[in-house]
Design a binder for this molecule. Structure first.
Ligand code: GCW
Length: 849
C-alpha cells in the first residue's frame, strides 16, 4: 500500500476532528436563494446517524476548479448539516478521509483503491472502502465535473438522512445533453420570465455583478446540468458581435468551475444583419465562412464553448425558407462551424405557420413539427440536435407526446421541457410539472420494434443508438431571491435536473427529495408539501382546460389569465373549436386533420377512435357533442363543470393545509407561500366561473348540480347603489360575474350593498380588479365600521379588466345583521380605476362559492 501520511496535516485533522461545533446554527432569513442546497442543521439523532463513520477530512489531489468546488461544498455542507468542520488535505490521513477526485487521478494516487474498469461519461462512483487500514469514502468521477456531481450526491444523502456507510454506488446520466435555456433579452428583460430581471444581462450588456450566476451554476451542478444558453431564442444578432465575446466569456468563466458549458442562441439572419453580407443563404460560401469565423472567434475566448441554439422559420424569425433551403441545410452550416471545436447546434423543432387559415378544418398546427422534420431525417450532421417541445402544440396543460420523437431514427434529438410556467400559472400558481413531464417521457411511441420505445429512451439516443441527445429545460430564472417568484416553483427546476439525470425516477421520489432538502424532514411538512405538489398539475388542469382542451389562457395576450375564445378564429392554431353543440379538434385520420396518423400504428389505433381515446386527451383528438359520455359515464359538459369546481376546491384546501405548517417552516417562506396559495385559490375561482359560464352559455346545458350561473351569496357591483362608480363591460365577458363591473372615474367612489341574509358571522369576499397601471385603494365598511383596507399593487401581467386582473380578498368572521349596509370605497390611482366585480357573504368558514 503506497499511501503517504503527512504528520502536520494529521495534527490539524485530529484537532478539528474533536471539535464538534456547539454553536447552534441561527435559523437565519430564508428567502429561498439557497433553494435545495440550504445545508440546514439536521436534528441531533439524524446528525449522529450521518456522522457515524464519516471521515473527518476531505482529500483531493487535483487543482481543477470543479474538484475544488466539490471539496468546498463538502466542507460547507457537512458543517451546515452536521456541525462538523472537515479538514481539507492533499494526502490521505491515517484515519482515512473523504477522497474526491477523477477516476484517472485516484487510480494513480490511491493504488489500493479498486474501481470498476469503465466509467460512463459524467458518471461517478460513491464507495466506502478500507484503504491501508483506514476507512474512506471515495467520490470518484469520470470527469472533473462528475466529481462535483458525486459530492452533491453525498450531501443529498446526508440531508435526506440516508446512511453513508456502507456505500457502493455507480451513477451515470441517462444522456449527455442536460441543458437549460434562458430566454433572456440583452436589455435584462426575460421572455416568459416570472422571477424578476435577468441574472445575466442588463441594459444591453452582461451584468457587472455575476454573483447570482455563480449561485445558479451551483444549483445546476447539484443536478448534473452541464450546459446553458443565456439569451432568448428570439435572438438579438448582436450577441455574435466581436464586442460581446469578452463579456460572454466572463459568464463562461463563472460557470466553468461548476461544470456548466455556456452557449448562445443565434439569429439565422445574422450573416446579413450583423455581418453585412448580401445574403444569409446557408449554402452561400460567404455565409459558410461567416459562421466559421464567428465560431472561431468565440472559441478563442471560450475554449469549452457549448454551441448554439437556433430558432428559424418560426413565429416571425427568419430561416432557410427564404432561400428555398431546408432546416437541415440551416442546421448544418452552423454545425460545421462548430464541429472542429466540439460544439453542437440545437435546432428547434418548434416550426409552424402562425397565419394558418382557421376556416380550413384540415389545417392543424399540431402536425407541423412532424411534417417539417420527418422528411429530413438523416440529413442533419452528427453535431446537430433537433430540440423538440414535449407536445405538438406549445406547453399546454395537457398534450400528447410529440409524434416527432418517434420519427427521427437517424437524427439526434432532445426533448424541450418548460420549467418556467408559461401557460401554467407563471409562478403565481403552484403547478409541479414533473408528473406532466413523466407522462410524456414514459409514453411508449411503439417505434422500436418489439422493444419498448418510451420518449425518454428516444431522446436519450438509446432506441436508435444515436451519438448524442437528451434534455433541455427552458428555465428563465430571475433576480428574485427565490429565482422563480414562487418558492414551490423551484421544485420544477429540481425535478427537471433529476429527470435529465435519471428519467426513471418517480414524481413521488423527486418531490420527496426536494421537499426534505428545501423545507426539512418534519413529517407533517413533508407530507403536506408533497401532497400539494403532486396534486397541483391535475388541479390546475381541472380549473383551466381539462379533457385535452388546452389551457384556455389568453393566447393572443399574456398566456396567463382565462380567455376561452382567445384561441379561436385566428391563425395561431391552438383551436378547440367549441360551438353550440360540440367541442374539440378532430385530429383523426378518418374524418379530421390526420394528426393521429403521425403516430405508429399501435398508438394511432388508440387515439383514432373516440371509444379508445383516453378521456384526458379526448378533446385534443376529437370533436364530440357536449352530451357525449366519457368512460366514467359523465357527459363532457358535466365533466367540465365538475372538474372546475373540484379544482377550485382543491386549491382552497391547499391554503388550509399550508396554514397548518405555521411554525414548522421559517417565517418568511411560510408567509410568502401562504400568500401565493391564497392568491391562487382566488384565481382558481375566477377560472372556475369563467370557463363554466362560457360553456354554459355555449352549450345551453345546465349544470346538473345547479352551481353554474347561480350564485346566491353574491351581490353584483352593477346592482349596488353607486356613487361615482359607473357600470362597464369586461372583455372577455366570462371573466366578470353578472353583466360586467364598475369603475371609478372620480377622486373616489362608493358602492353600497344591502345585506338581506340572516344575522351572524360571515366571511365577506370582495372581487375586484388589480391592474398593473396604478395602486388604487379600497376600504370595506359595514355601516360605519371599517372592516379592512388594502391597495391594489399586485403586478399581474395586464392593464385591462380581465381574467388576469380579477382578484379576491376575503375578510373572515365579520359580524353582520340583516339590513346592514356593506360599503366599498374605491380610490383610483393613475390608470387603475378601483374596479369592482361583486361581493359575496358566506357563512363564516364555509368554502367559497
Ligand atoms: O410558447 C411560445 C412563447 C414564445 C416563445 C416560443 C418559443 C421564445 O409564447 O414566447 O418564444 O414559444 O418557444 O420559441
Amino acid at each position: 500500500m503506497n499511501i503517504k501520511h503527512r504528520p502536520h496535516m494529521m495534527h490539524r485533522f485530529l484537532t478539528v476532528a474533536f471539535i464538534v461545533s456547539l454553536v447552534p446554527v441561527a435559523a437565519g432569513a430564508e428567502d429561498g436563494l439557497a433553494a435545495w442546497l440550504r445545508y440546514a442543521r439536521l436534528d441531533a439523532a439524524a446528525a449522529q446517524r450521518a456522522a457515524q463513520g464519516l471521515p473527518m477530512s476531505v482529500v483531493t489531489f487535483e487543482d481543477s476548479a470543479p474538484v475544488q468546488k466539490a471539496r468546498d461544498e463538502l466542507v460547507k455542507g457537512i458543517r451546515g448539516m452536521l456541525g462538523r468542520d472537515l479538514a481539507t488535505v492533499s494526502a490521505l490521513p491515517r484515519e482515512g478521509g473523504i477522497i474526491a477526485g477523477t477516476v484517472a487521478r485516484l487510480r494513480q494516487a490511491v493504488p489500493g483503491l479498486s474501481l470498476a474498469a469503465t466509467v460512463p461519461a459524467d458518471g461517478y462512483f460513491l464507495k466506502t472502502a478500507t484503504i491501508g487500514g483506514a476507512r474512506c469514502l471515495v467520490i470518484a468521477g469520470e470527469s472533473d465535473r462528475a466529481v462535483l456531481y458525486g459530492a452533491f450526491a453525498v450531501l443529498r444523502r446526508i440531508a435526506l438522512g440516508h446512511a453513508l456507510t456502507p456505500l457502493d454506488e455507480r451513477q451515470e446520466p441517462a444522456a449527455p445533453v442536460r441543458w437549460v435555456n434562458e430566454w433572456n433579452n440583452i436589455d435584462g428583460s426575460i421572455e416568459r420570465g416570472y422571477g424578476g430581471r435577468s441574472i445575466f444581462w442588463d441594459g444591453g450588456r452582461i451584468r457587472d455583478d455575476l454573483s447570482r450566476v455563480n449561485d445558479y451554476g451551483r444549483l445546476l451542478a447539484s443536478l448534473g446540468i452541464n450546459g446553458i444558453s443565456i439569451n432568448n431564442v428570439n435572438a438579438n444578432p448582436l450577441v455574435l458581435s466581436s464586442a460581446f465575446v469578452p463579456q460572454v466569456a466572463r459568464v463562461a468563466d463563472v460557470l466553468r468551475p461548476w461544470g456548466v458549458r455556456l452557449a448562445l442562441a443565434v439569429d439565422f439572419g445574422s450573416p446579413q444583419s450583423l455581418g453585412k453580407l448580401p445574403t444569409y443563404d446557408p449554402l452561400d460560401p460567404s455565409v459558410i465562412a461567416w459562421w466559421k469565423a464567428r465560431a472561431d472567434d468565440l472559441y478563442l475566448a471560450i475554449p469549452d464553448f457549448g454551441g448554439f441554439v437556433l430558432k428559424a422559420d418560426s413565429e416571425g424569425r427568419v430561416g432557410p425558407s427564404a432561400y428555398g433551403r431546408s432546416h437541415a441545410d440551416a442546421a448544418n452550416v452552423v454545425a460545421r462551424a462548430l464541429a472542429p471545436h466540439g460544439g453542437v447546434i440545437f435546432y428547434r423543432g418548434f416550426v409552424y405557420d402562425h397565419h394558418m387559415d382557421w376556416n380550413n378544418p384540415k389545417n392543424d398546427r399540431a402536425r407541423a413539427a412532424y411534417d417539417n422534420f420527418h422528411p429530413l431525417d438523416g440529413q442533419f450532421d452528427a453535431n446537430a440536435i433537433v430540440q423538440i417541445k414535449h407536445g405538438p402544440i406549445d406547453f399546454q396543460v395537457r398534450e400528447p407526446a410529440s409524434p416527432l420523437f418517434g420519427a427521427l431514427g437517424k437524427t439526434n434529438q432532445a426533448i424541450e421541457l418548460q420549467i418556467t410556467q408559461e401557460y401554467m400559472g407563471q409562478g403565481r400558481h403552484t403547478v409541479f410539472l414533473v408528473p406532466m413531464w413523466k407522462a410524456a417521457l414514459d409514453f411508449d411511441l411503439h417505434v422500436g420494434g418489439a422493444a419498448p420505445s418510451p420518449v425518454k429512451a428516444l431522446v436519450s439516443g438509446k432506441t436508435f443508438h444515436r451519438p448524442t441527445g437528451g434534455f433541455v429545460g427552458v428555465s428563465n430564472v430571475g433576480l428574485n431571491p427565490n429565482w422563480y417568484g414562487n418558492h414551490l416553483s423551484q421544485a420544477n427546476l429540481y425535478g427537471f435536473g433529476r429527470l435529465a439525470w435519471n428519467p426513471d425516477l418517480t414524481s413521488q421520489q423527486i418531490v420527496d427529495e426536494w421537499t426534505r432538502l428545501t423545507f426539512g424532514n418534519d413529517p407533517l411538512v413533508v407530507q403536506t408539501v408533497t401532497r400539494i405538489q403532486l396534486d397541483s398539475w391535475p388541479t390546475y388542469e381541472n380549473y383551466t382546460g381539462p379533457l385535452g382542451l388546452q389551457t384556455l389562457t389568453d393566447i393572443v395576450g399574456n398566456h396567463y389569465g382565462v380567455a376561452v375564445e382567445a384561441s379561436e378564429r385566428n391563425g395561431w392554431g391552438q383551436w378547440h373549436r367549441a360551438d353550440d353543440k360540440a367541442v374539440g379538434m378532430d385530429r383523426s385520420v378518418a374524418s379530421g386533420t390526420g394528426f393521429v396518423g403521425q403516430y405508429s400504428a399501435a398508438v394511432s389505433k388508440v387515439y383514432e377512435s373516440v371509444e379508445s381515446c383516453p378521456d384526458d386527451l379526448l378533446l385534443f383528438m376529437h370533436h364530440v357533442p357536449y352530451t357525449h359520455r366519457l368512460h366514467s359515464g359523465k357527459t363532457v359538459i358535466q365533466y367540465i363543470y365538475d372538474s372546475h369546481y373540484a379544482g377550485a376546491d382543491a386549491v382552497e384546501r391547499y391554503v388550509g393545509d399550508w396554514n397548518a405548517l405555521r411554525g414548522r417552516v421559517d417565517d418568511q417562506r411560510f408567509a410568502e407561500v401562504a400568500e401565493q396559495l391564497t392568491y391562487q385559490a382566488g384565481q382558481a375561482v375566477v377560472w372556475r366561473d369563467a370557463v363554466s359560464r362560457w360553456f354554459h352559455r355555449a352549450s345551453g346545458i345546465a349544470d346538473a348540480r345547479g352551481r353554474v350561473d347561480h350564485y346566491p351569496d353574491r351581490l353584483e357591483a352593477e346592482s349596488a347603489t353607486l356613487a361615482g362608480y359607473a357600470v362597464t363591460k369586461v372583455t372577455p365577458w366570462e371573466t366578470a360575474s353578472g353583466d360586467g363591473a364598475v369603475e371609478c372615474s372620480a377622486a373616489s367612489c362608493t358602492a353600497t350593498f344591502q345585506y338581506t341574509g340572516a344575522s351572524g358571522p360571515r366571511d365577506i369576499v370582495v372581487q375586484y380588479f388589480d391592474v398593473n397601471t396604478g395602486a388604487a385603494r379600497f376600504r370595506l365598511r359595514v355601516g360605519d365600521r371599517v372592516i379592512g383596507e388594502w391597495t391594489g399593487t399586485d403586478r399581474v401581467p395586464t392593464r385591462r379588466l380581465d381574467g388576469s386582473s380579477s382578484s379576491r380578498r376575503t375578510f373572515r368572521d365579520v359580524s353582520l345583521q340583516k339590513g346592514d349596509t356593506i360599503v366599498i370605497e374605491g380610490t383610483p390611482d393613475a390608470a387603475e380605476t378601483a374596479a369592482l366585480d361583486y361581493i359575496e357573504t358566506l357563512p363564516a368558514g364555509r368554502r367559497q362559492r
